[in-house]
Write a new protein. Structure first.
Length: 330
């Protein structure tokens, strides 16, 4: 273990996670530079370890204190020691190094917390409830572009929003962009009263609802006003390049082929895209081909693109929803 030395204060003491303090341990850093590299920009490396193992981390004057359940504290300290060895050997630490160390540690311990999604609501974790949902979450972690196709009630949108908020909270992306095609039966978007925000609100309400479940009202308002979370109709994405973002396209079955191409080519550097939809509920006029149906053949074998198909077995809404889906399949 490193010798304790006097160093300048690196980070204010911060309570990262409310857990019962069964066990404590410490890690001592040799100097400010070492601490800065290990902790990451805005402590993003520490936050990843914290979220992965549900421990409390307090950084003060070159000493990192770990508190929580004994096995989790010990495992997280082993991960931090491994990362510290990389820092001392190479003088740097990449986000990939941190994520890989966490994955390796979870594989060794059989820790189930890897399935838990840490969102902004204090003490709230979102966890997949079916095997299909678990595969969906893993696909998002491992790929830059994920298509999730399945019937209503399978958690396609909800889990995508949860993952986006988790990535934003941990600092892996800088903002969230949520999009949806404004396809309706009857009224056109332009005839609705109000400014653009008022016009698109009815179409994007499901996305607002998902966010509201995982953040308090104050945070939602703040993040929307600062564009850390941006919600917009698909038509307003033309010409954009979305870097360092988690982008979700909901109800993608109502995209035309051209719209799907336009959306997918918005993908920028360090970004992740999740596209969700139900190809049995296409509302496009005149029998126009759905971009979500078309894209399966075009991108099915492209590297770093994953297609996840959820079924009625993954439905987690009211038990009647599965019976309704069954009835309409007859």
């Amino acid at each position: 273990m490193s010798q304790r030395v006097n160093v300048q204060k690196h980070s204010e003491s911060e309570e990262y996670f409310p857990v019962p303090f069964h066990h404590q341990n410490t890690l001592i850093l040799e100097n400010d530079t070492e601490a800065s590299i290990l902790y990451g920009s805005h402590d993003r490396h520490l936050r990843l370890v914290r979220d992965a193992f549900e421990v409390q981390l307090v950084a003060r004057q070159g000493v990192l204190k770990l508190e929580g359940e004994k096995e989790r504290v010990n495992t997280s300290r082993e991960v931090l020691n491994r990362l510290l060895a990389i820092v001392r050997t190479t003088g740097r630490l990449n986000l990939d190094d941190v994520e890989q160390a966490i994955v390796d540690a979870k594989g060794e311990t059989g820790d189930e917390t890897g399935q838990m999604i840490d969102v902004f609501q204090r003490g709230l974790f979102i966890k997949p409830k079916t095997d299909g949902q678990a595969k969906y979450i893993e696909a998002i972690k491992k790929n830059d572009l994920v298509f999730c196709i399945g019937p209503a009630g399978t958690g396609k949108t909800y889990l995508a929003v949860a993952m986006a908020l988790s990535y934003l909270k941990s600092g892996r992306i800088r903002r969230i962009v949520l999009a949806r095609p404004a396809v309706e039966a009857g009224e056109k978007l332009g005839y609705l009263p109000g400014d653009i925000k008022a016009k698109v609100n009815p179409y994007l309400r499901p996305l607002y609802d998902a966010i509201a479940d995982m953040m308090d009202v104050g945070h939602v308002k703040k993040y929307l006003e600062s564009d850390l979370i941006e919600i917009l109709p698909l038509a307003y994405m033309r010409g954009r390049t979305l870097n360092d973002a988690f982008i979700i396209l909901d109800e993608a079955q109502n995209c035309t082929v051209k719209q799907m191409k336009t959306f997918l080519t918005r993908l920028g550097v360090k970004s992740k895209v999740v596209v969700t939809g139900d190809i049995t509920q296409v509302d496009l006029p005149g029998g126009e081909l759905s971009g979500l149906i078309d894209v399966q053949e075009r991108l099915m074998n492209v590297k770093n693109v994953s297609f996840i198909y959820l079924t009625k077995a993954d439905i987690i809404r009211h038990k009647l929803v599965q019976d309704i889906v069954d009835a309409y399949e007859l």
